[in-house]
Every structure is written in C-alpha cells, then in structure tokens.
Design a binder for this molecule. Structure first.
Ligand code: HAM
Length: 430
C-alpha cells in the first residue's frame, strides 16, 4: 500500500517550530490589543461569488487559484451552491461587516484575524497552497473617519511596531497610491493603449494581462520585460487631486512618526479592490517570495459586494514567511526545556511518580514523567535532553520524603525535602 502524505503545498507544523508560531501569534494579539483591535473569526469557506465580486474575476487568485466546488443540495429546500475555500480574508470580513450591520454603530470597526487561507499556486519556499495569514482591517462609515489618511499611517506605524516586536530586523516598507476607482479605470485604459504596440515583445502572462488587466503588467518579474515596463506611463500621473493629497498626508504622518518607507510607483498589488494607498513590507532573507505582508485601502469594496459605503484599509501578513524570516535571523525556537524530569527507580514506583508529577504540575511547574522500567542511565539521558533538573524517586526517597535532585547546568546533586521541592525546582537554573 502506498503511504499517504500531506497534500502537495500543505505541511504539518511540528514542535518545537509550533512554539515559534505561537509566539508570533501572541505578539500580534498583544500589539493589536494596544491599538484597540478586536478579533473576528469568519468561516473558512464562502460563496464563490464573494471572491469573484470582491477580489475580482480577472485576478490570478480568482481566475486560477481558488479551491471551489459545487456543494450539492441535501434537501428540496436547499439550493446547490458554488463554494470556495477562502483565498484571502478581506472579502469575508467585509461580508461580515455588511451582514451584521456593523456600520450602523457609527464607529470604526478595527478587526483582526489569524487563520488559514488557500490558493492553488505553484508551491515553493515561502509559497504554499494552505498558508496562514495574520491580518487586520479598519472599516467604517465615512462619518467615523474611515477615509482619513491618518488611518493608513496608523496601520503602517502599527505594522512597523509589530515587526520590531517580533524581532524582524531589516524589513523594508514600499508604498504607492493606485488612486480612486475612477483614476484606476482611467490609468488602466491609458496602459492598455500604451501596451498595444509593446505587448507582443513581452512574456505570455503580460500579453494576456495587457488585454484583461493591464495594471498587473507592472507586477511582472521577468527580467527581459523590465526595460519595456520602465517606459510605460506612471500611475502617479493619473491620480486626481484628492488622491494626491491623500497620499501626501499619509507620507507626512509616516515622516512625523519616523516610519521609514520607499515610494514604489509600480506597487499595484494583485487584488482588484484596492484604491489609493497600497503597500508591502519585504525582507531580503526570503528569496523570491520576499513579501512579508501586503495591504492597502479598499474604499469601494463594501459597495461592490452590495453593502453600504464603508471605506477601509487593512493588511495581511504571511505567517509562514514571518517564521521563515525569524529562522533565517536565528530567532527560531530552541527546543523547550521543562523544569523537571521525574525518574522513578522501578516500575513499582510509577504510581508514586505520577502523584509527585501531579503535585508539581499543580504548583505550576512543567514536568516530564519518566518510567520506572527505564534503566537509570536511560532516564538521565532523556532528562538531560528535556529538562533542567532530574528528580530521582526511589523507595528510600518515598519513605523519607527527601528527594534527590540533580541540576544539569551546574552538575550539583542535592537532597530536597518534598515540601520544598516545588520552590527548589522553580528557581532559575544557575
Ligand atoms: P496578499 O498580498 O494576497 O494580500 O497576501 C498577503 C500576504 O500573504 C503576502 O504578502 C504573503 O506574505 C502571504 N501569502 C500570500 N500567498 C501566499 C502563499 N501562497 N503562501 C504563503 N504566503 C502567502 C491579501 O491577501 C489581502 N487580503 C491583504 C489585505 C488585507 N488587503 C487589505 N486588507
């Protein structure tokens, strides 16, 4: 029989690496709380049309990468429905915002999420078919200030703080403005026209994009296409006055907060809902898939999927890529060590060892429980790998209530009364 393996593009995450994932998530939750964000949990699958309408039919994500299926009706009262594993979570969050009438509170909604996303991409380092995003969205009616450039700058400043607190040094922030939907539409037409005499000299993807979604040509990474792309009209020249002053205000607020950034006029991003500010944080340690995170403003998304006017801005970080970056920076998780390893001397002492482990664990200590069938040398070897100290529990120790404890970092062996054992083990290793 062939052995079954995790599906291509998916992975198992194992200890000790999962400790690093947990540390990243705990840091993100802590930072989000300081900025007054609350957590939202939306379903992992949604109606396919949410992504078609929200993210855009012509995007790579919707046209090529979605895991969709026809969900058959189970009863006469049900209709069959096309469903899709979420490839991203902004559309789902905005759907929830509309469904729960969050706009009627009149307040800005500041929501974060952590969870799996699914895209049928070609797997490689940093690119998986199931990956995890840590994201956040700020969305609300214009009266709540949702259109203000201050919101854009605050989100970017929060990201700079979060990356710093995660220990990710050497990141780069790239920002751009893709203008209002009208600016984008106008620029798309300008680009389409400019590409007519050029597209046939470009890669196959660009030839297709030149017709379907000319903006995406700017994202092309094929080296031979770069000189042609450099000659194309710039989106900055297509922006109306409001979009220009919005972008200038974002930059001014970032300058005031000393957040470093680079203006990148080619940063258009791969999802259709963006308006005005777009951004990416990159890291050199990641190789080809160098985007740690991406995001931007989406002032028309809510209306595009049938909701009220609700401008917003948000981002999603690739958690898999945060892990890779921290590992490259040698900030990966070391195997954790428990406070104590209990070694019962003989199988008859196993029940007493369980009682002692329970006592210590209830006192808040982390404890690994050995087995009385192990020889002493085997217990010591296992304890040395897993724990800071070993506690020997033999007949004498049990009868006298005086335990033998060895500290691996100092090599010192001591006799400790059972009543003092928890306090002794709680002391940091020398
Ligand atoms: P995105 O740029 O498609 O934006 O994805 C955001 C981040 O998710 C990327 O920068 C990358 O770190 C990670 N990512 C994307 N695809 C993969 C993959 N196949 N494997 C591993 N990591 C991946 C969005 O998803 C938008 N919803 C972000 C947003 C929120 N915009 C506004 N609000």
């Amino acid at each position: 029989m062939t052995t079954l393996k995790a599906v291509r593009g998916t992975r198992d995450l194992l200890p000790p690496e999962t400790a690093l994932w947990n540390r990243i998530e705990a840091t993100a939750r802590r930072v989000f709380a300081r900025y007054n964000f609350g957590e939202i949990r939306t379903p992992v699958f949604e109606d396919t049309s949410l992504f078609a309408r929200g993210v855009g039919e012509e995007t790579d994500i919707v046209s090529k990468e979605m895991y969709s299926w026809e969900d058959r009706a189970r009863a006469q009262s049900e209709k069959s429905q096309s469903l899709t594993l979420r490839p991203e979570n902004t559309a789902g969050v905005v759907r929830a915002y509309i469904e729960h009438k969050l706009g009627e509170t009149g307040q800005l909604q500041k929501l974060y999420y952590i969870g799996p996303q699914f895209r049928r991409e070609r797997p490689q380092k940093g690119r998986y078919r199931q990956f995890s995003q840590i994201g956040a969205e700020v969305i609300g009616p214009p009266s709540a200030g949702s259109e203000s450039p201050l919101r854009d700058a605050e989100v970017l400043e929060m990201l700079a703080t979060l990356l710093d607190e995660l220990g990710i040094t050497g990141w780069q922030l790239h920002i751009n403005s893709v203008g209002s939907s009208a600016d984008r539409a106008r620029y798309n037409d300008t680009l389409r026209a400019a590409l007519v005499p050029l597209a046939h000299k470009m890669c196959a993807d660009c030839q297709r994009r030149a017709v379907t979604n000319p903006l995406r040509v700017l994202d092309c990474k094929v080296p031979e296409d770069q000189p042609i792309i450099e000659t194309l009209p710039k989106i900055a020249d297509a922006l109306d006055e409001d979009s220009k002053s919005h972008f200038a205000a974002v930059c001014a607020a970032l300058d005031a907060a000393s957040v470093l950034y680079t203006r990148n006029p080619r940063l258009v991003r791969g999802l259709d809902y963006y308006t005005r500010t777009t951004f990416e944080f990159t890291h050199g340690g990641l190789g080809a898939q160098n985007a740690l995170l991406g995001g931007g403003r989406y002032d028309g998304l809510s209306e595009g999927i049938g909701g009220p006017k609700a401008p917003g801005i948000g981002f999603a970080m690739g958690e898999d890529r945060l892990v890779l970056t921290l590992q490259a920076l040698n900030q990966g998780a070391a195997p954790p060590q428990v406070d104590a390893y209990i070694a019962p001397l003989g199988e008859s002492l196993n029940p007493a060892a369980l009682a002692l482990a329970r006592e210590l664990r209830r006192a808040g200590l982390s404890v690994e429980l050995g087995d009385g069938s192990f020889r002493l040398k085997k217990s010591f070897d296992a304890a040395d790998k897993a724990a800071r100290r070993i506690v020997i529990l033999g007949e004498d120790e049990l009868a006298s209530g005086i335990l033998t404890v060895k500290d691996f970092s100092t090599g010192i062996q001591s006799k400790v009364p059972r009543a003092e054992l928890a306090a002794h083990l709680a002391q940091p290793a020398a």
